[in-house]
Design a protein around this ligand. Structure first.
Ligand SMILES: *[C@@H]1O[C@H](CO)[C@@H](O)[C@H](O)[C@H]1NC(C)=O
Ligand SMILES: *[C@@H]1O[C@H](CO)[C@@H](O)[C@H](O)[C@H]1NC(C)=O
Ligand SMILES: *[C@@H]1O[C@H](CO)[C@@H](O)[C@H](O)[C@H]1NC(C)=O
Length: 271
C-alpha cells in the first residue's frame, strides 16, 4: 500500500499544478462590451488560449473605439501586435504606483515567440500626467498609450488595464524586416580598453537586452518541464509558480495527459 500511495500523491500534485487554468480570458472580457473587438482578435489569433495557459498576466486592452485598422490586418500580424499587449507579470494600478523610479521595463508574450529582435518584446511603462503611459521599449518608440482604467483584476493572476490606443512596436507591422542588428550602444566607448564597472544608469536599464538575444524559448516547448524564459524577467515579485507554468496551451495539455496517465498507472498499481 505504502509503495503505491507515493506515486498516487505525486500524480495528484502534478495534476493540480497543471490542469487548472486560473482564468478564461475570453469569458472575462465578454463582460466588458467596450473590448469586444479586442476579445474577438485574441480568440481569432489563438492568443486567448496562450493567455489562459499562464497564471500571471496583465493584459493591455484596446477599446473598440481605438482598435483602428487592427481588424483588417492579417492574423499573423495581429498576433504579433497583440502579443506585445500581454505582459508576463501582474500589474494593477496599485503595483504601478509602487514602481521604483515610476518606470519599468515589462516583458511581453511577444518576447517568448522567439521572433523579437532588439527590445521588440519589451514595453516601457512610465508615470506621466497623473496616469501611466505605455510604449514599446525599442529606442525611439512613442510612449503614448495612456492607462485609462483598470477594467478588472484578480490578484495576482490576471489584471486587465484599459489603454487609450494600440502600442506601436517598430518593425512589427507586416512591413516585415524586423529591426535588424542592434545599433551600437550610444554610450559605447570608442576605445576598446575602457569598459569599467562604473557604468551609467543607462546600462542598467538595458540589461534585459541580453534576454532578447537569448535563444528562442519556443524550442524548449517540446521538453515539457523546461521552465519558461521569463523566470528571469526583470520583475522580482511575480509568484514563483509562474516560472513553471506551461509556456503554451499544447504543452499544458501534454502535462495534463501525462498527469492523468500517471494517476491511472498508480491506481492500477494500487489494486
Ligand atoms: C491564481 O493562479 C494559481 C495558479 O494557477 C491558482 O492556484 C490560484 O487559485 C489562482 N488564484 C485565483 C484567485 O484564481
Ligand atoms: C472560455 O469562455 C468562452 C466564452 O464563455 C467559451 O466559449 C470557451 O469554451 C471557454 N474556454 C475554456 C477553455 O473553457
Ligand atoms: C522608459 O522611457 C522613459 C522615457 O524615454 C525613460 O526615461 C525611462 O528610463 C524608461 N524606463 C526604463 C525602465 O527603461
Amino acid at each position: 500500500m505504502n509503495r503505491s500511495i507515493v506515486p498516487l500523491l505525486c500524480s495528484f500534485l502534478l495534476l493540480s499544478a497543471f490542469s487548472a487554468s486560473a482564468f478564461n480570458v475570453t469569458k472575462i472580457l465578454s463582460q466588458y462590451p467596450d473590448y469586444s473587438n479586442f476579445n474577438d482578435l485574441l480568440s481569432k489569433t489563438g492568443l486567448a488560449s496562450d493567455i489562459n495557459s499562464r497564471s500571471t498576466i496583465t493584459l493591455l486592452a484596446i477599446p473598440n473605439g481605438a482598435i483602428g485598422d487592427l481588424t483588417s490586418k492579417s492574423d499573423d500580424v495581429v498576433k504579433r501586435i497583440l502579443s506585445t499587449h500581454v505582459v508576463l507579470d501582474y500589474y494593477d494600478p496599485m503595483k504601478l504606483k509602487s514602481m521604483k523610479d515610476k518606470t519599468a521595463k515589462l516583458t511581453t508574450m511577444f518576447q517568448q515567440s522567439g521572433k523579437a529582435s532588439n527590445d521588440q518584446g519589451f514595453l516601457n511603462v512610465t508615470a506621466k500626467d497623473n496616469t501611466f503611459v505605455f510604449g514599446s521599449a525599442v529606442k525611439g518608440a512613442q510612449l503614448n498609450s495612456r492607462l485609462e482604467k483598470s477594467v478588472m483584476n484578480q490578484p495576482y493572476n490576471i489584471s486587465i488595464l484599459g489603454i487609450s490606443q494600440p502600442i506601436v512596436t517598430p518593425g512589427l507591422d507586416g512591413t516585415l524586416a524586423p529591426v535588424s542588428a542592434p545599433p551600437p550602444k550610444a554610450n559605447a566607448p570608442s576605445s576598446p580598453k575602457s569598459s569599467p564597472p562604473a557604468e551609467s544608469p543607462d546600462d542598467e536599464a538595458e540589461s534585459p537586452d541580453d534576454e532578447a538575444e537569448s535563444p528562442a524559448p519556443s524550442e524548449e516547448d517540446t521538453k515539457a518541464p523546461a521552465p519558461s524564459k521569463d523566470a528571469d524577467s526583470p520583475s522580482a515579485d511575480s509568484p514563483p509558480a509562474d516560472a513553471q507554468s506551461p509556456s503554451s496551451s499544447s504543452a499544458g495539455k501534454l502535462k495534463i495527459s501525462f498527469g492523468l496517465f500517471v494517476v491511472m498507472a498508480s491506481m492500477v498499481a494500487a489494486y
